[in-house]
Design a protein around this ligand. Sequence first.
Ligand code: UGA
Length: 430
Amino acid sequence: MKRKIAIIGTGYVGLTTGTALAYLGHKVICVDKNNVKIKKLRRGIIPIYEPGLDKILKKHHKNIDFTTDLKDAVKKSEVIFICVGTPSKKDGRIEMKYFHLAVRDIAKEVQDYKVIVNKSTVPVGAGEWTQKEIKKYYKSKFSVVSNPEFLREGSAVKDFLEPDRIIIGVEDEKAKEIMLDIYSLIKAPKIITDVKSAELIKYAANAFLATKISFINEIANICERAKADVKKVAEGIGLDKRIGPKFLNAGIGYGGSCFPKDIDGLIQIANYKKYNFQLLNAVVKVNENQQKLFVQKIKKILKRVNGNTICIWGLAFKPNTDDVRKSPAIEIIKQLQKLNYKIQTYDPVAVENATKELPKKNIKFCKNPFEAVKNADVLALVTEWPEFSELDMRKVKKLMRHPYFLDGRNQFESKELKKLGFYYEGIGRR
Ligand code: UGA
């Protein structure tokens, strides 16, 4: 059955959710306070870089509308998805003001039965708070649901339409039926649970994935000392079905707008419950250390060749996105800038965002990967964009002053590069 749905917040979660629900045949109204953004969206202009989203939006535009009028959207909808940002505060605590504001704005407009679905990543208990808050304004029946998202930037549309599972935290039958109906066309296991468990599932999933990354990065560091190969170790353990092969790529650590924020968030949630989450504290330290070790490697090479020019390939926190939030690349460049080295960098799409994050000192943003390696004493790859694998590495070597190649994402194989005359070093490789 087609449902009438309002989406509050048109960030990448809100926009993907709204567009994908329109694709599934529901009637969707996306709400945002930013008038400029809404006007653009009405003209089909998407403010984020998310492959496939524009095509679906164009094809299913009849099912989706964009507005700044929250009151009207709530009035016209039976189900309201909250998709607002919950960023980290400076001390790692979760910034809940946008979420609180959204709930209060909705609460004031509720006049008949509504299902209020939360997709924002919020601490355990936010659903309970939502319930109490809406009751202050509206006395009849309504339902609060937790339906966390597991979308990855760069593959958000696919992740929404072909998920590993759908989590529905719900406390009553009516809302459960409506939620199952909304997702009826998606073939995936649907886990029905209580609201608090659903809220925690989101944090636990991200924390576990980050733990896997820090774990393999520590194994990589041992591999370097023992002259073993982390790729083979990862393959060897990953084939054990209990472990699984994914998220075992060693490198310079995780970044992005989700893992660092959610790991800090879960540590704070634990602290609040008077529990010291020792393992997660270590996960964060290992991640930070991974970037420091990479900077040390660069320093060592520059000292050896008596040089000071570094080429950095990649700025985004991972390939296929222009997002540089908490990108290991940004952290590494900042550390190198403090050491007064000269940086030449290239990224296919993230340069504009990176210029806003980085100090202007000693840095040149280049138009292509070749310009970035020109006269460099060392090439450091920090984001594994597929286009790097296609490059003429012979030409790259010729352009460099010294052919040192530090591969922070193990994108290349040492054998071929050594044949070309590079001094190649990956992370945890022989
Ligand atoms: C992550 C989760 O994967 C999503 O399921 C979740 O919905 C999302 O956060 C969120 O909370 O909204 P995302 O931040 O888009 O998605 O990126 P990932 O693909 O998970 O990568 C995160 C970081 O880990 C990247 O910096 C990546 O380079 C790094 N990574 C990933 C590794 O260093 N090694 C790996 O093996 C995998």
